[in-house]
Design a binder for this molecule. Structure first.
Ligand SMILES: Nc1nc2c(ncn2[C@@H]2O[C@H](COP(=O)(O)OP(=O)(O)OP(=O)(O)O)[C@@H](O)[C@H]2O)c(=O)[nH]1
Ligand SMILES: [Mg+2]
Length: 271
């Protein structure tokens, strides 16, 4: 049990979903997860809990150091194999899987792409990705509310991504804890949809502070909702004025090319 967020992700299930019928399932082993990440620009996690400060900080330090080490190990592995890794984070239902599906279709035949899906239960998202023909592993975190570096380490062993490939990780839908866990990714992508209200960056600043790009999704719904993209952008820049935003609709594809182009540029190292 994580003493910081109270979730329990001790025993994740790692399920390899092949486009064929090969399905492998593994039950987890002892697992302690951590709440730290080492991206330089990431901000220190918040300590404004209602718990005795000293106890929480010491538990966090232990737990966080372990995740930090494992994330670093993942990063070394990814670097050695030239695997470029994106970690997609958002509230439940913002459109992570839909964005992945469209992204995979756009990159088909151009890049080798593998996917890791994170959810508490079910292989629904992995099945959606599998239907596109790309290799995917589902991690079920049970009661855990986020992925951590150890889960990624184990999932990657199942997935075995090729050299010079792109690995897309869909984190558990949650705007809080995934912000605190470095997975060893290159860049973090936060997604916010226009049905969620403009205030999310102010309410969940850690996620926006620790991300490198923000996708504003479901713009096709703008005529129907009381939502100001300008206000959202202003709140984002208050929290992280470096955060680049791309407005798109994963449903209609409007604005999508800018996102795909962003990936191409990053993968090819052209910034
Ligand atoms: N109108 C509209 N609906 C969208 C768009 N993108 C996703 N949706 C819908 O939003 C719902 C949730 O989309 P998902 O892609 O499953 O969202 P998710 O972030 O993966 O959800 P979790 O994995 O449960 O956190 C689905 O009904 C999608 O069809 C969009 O651009 N426009
Ligand atoms: Mg999903």
């Amino acid at each position: 049990m994580c003493d910081v967020c109270g979730c329990g992700s001790h025993d994740p299930r790692i399920i390899l979903m092949n486009p064929g019928d090969h399905t492998k399932s593994q039950s987890g082993h002892d697992h302690t997860h951590s709440h730290e990440h080492e991206h330089d620009h990431h901000h220190d996690h918040m300590h404004d809990h209602q718990y005795p400060e000293g106890r929480i900080i010491s538990v966090e330090t232990d737990v966080l150091q372990k995740n930090n080490m494992l994330a670093q190990r993942n990063r070394g592995y990814f670097e050695a194999k030239s695997i470029f890794v994106l970690n997609l984070v958002s509230s439940p239902g913002s459109g992570k899987t839909t964005i992945l599906e469209r992204t995979l279709k756009a990159l088909k035949g151009e890049l080798n792409v593998c996917v890791i899906e994170g959810d508490q239960q079910t292989t629904i998202d992995a099945s959606r990705i599998s239907a596109t023909g790309f290799p995917v592993v589902q991690i079920n975190t049970g009661s855990g509310c986020h992925l951590d570096a150890e889960m990624i380490n184990r999932a990657v062993k199942e997935l075995d991504p090729p050299n010079n490939s792109l690995l897309l990780i869909e984190n558990v839908g949650n705007l809080v804890c995934p912000a605190l866990f470095d997975l060893g990714e290159n860049l973090r992508v936060v997604i916010v949809s226009v049905t969620e209200g403009e205030d999310k960056p102010l309410k969940y600043p850690q996620m926006f502070m620790s991300s490198h790009i923000c996708i504003i999704n479901k713009t096709d719904l703008l005529p129907h909702v009381d939502f100001s993209v300008n206000k959202l952008r202003e709140y984002i820049s208050r929290v992280n004025h470096h955060l680049e935003c791309i407005e798109l609709s994963a449903r209609t594809g409007e604005g999508f090319e800018a996102w795909v182009e962003w990936i191409r540029q990053k993968v090819s190292g052209k910034q």
